[in-house]
Design a binder for this molecule. Structure first.
Ligand code: SF4
Ligand code: SF4
Length: 70
């Protein structure tokens, strides 16, 4: 499965729903970034393990995440 998961990090409010609902445990807080909301946003790790289920994008209340499957 080839997929792309992108985060509009400045729109993230750090609620961590995406972290908890990724079945593969691929999303974590990006402690290197402080965004426009003053929080550390989330990011994907190990993109190659993503199964493109889109749980993260569905659960995000602010439309931060875009999942594409190729
Ligand atoms: S699409 Fe699914 S597997 Fe991929 S990062 Fe989002 S929740 Fe995790
Ligand atoms: S669900 Fe959305 S707003 Fe919440 S931490 Fe994840 S990307 Fe940020």
């Amino acid at each position: 499965m080839i997929s792309s998961v992108r985060f509009h990090q400045d729109a993230c409010k750090g609620c961590e729903l995406c972290i908890h609902f990724c079945p593969k445990g691929l999303i974590q807080t990006d402690t290197a970034v402080l965004n426009a909301n003053g929080v550390h946003p989330t990011k994907i790790t190990r993109q190659e393990e993503c199964v493109a289920c889109a749980n993260c994008a569905i659960m995000c209340p602010d439309g931060v995440i875009t999942v594409e499957k190729f």
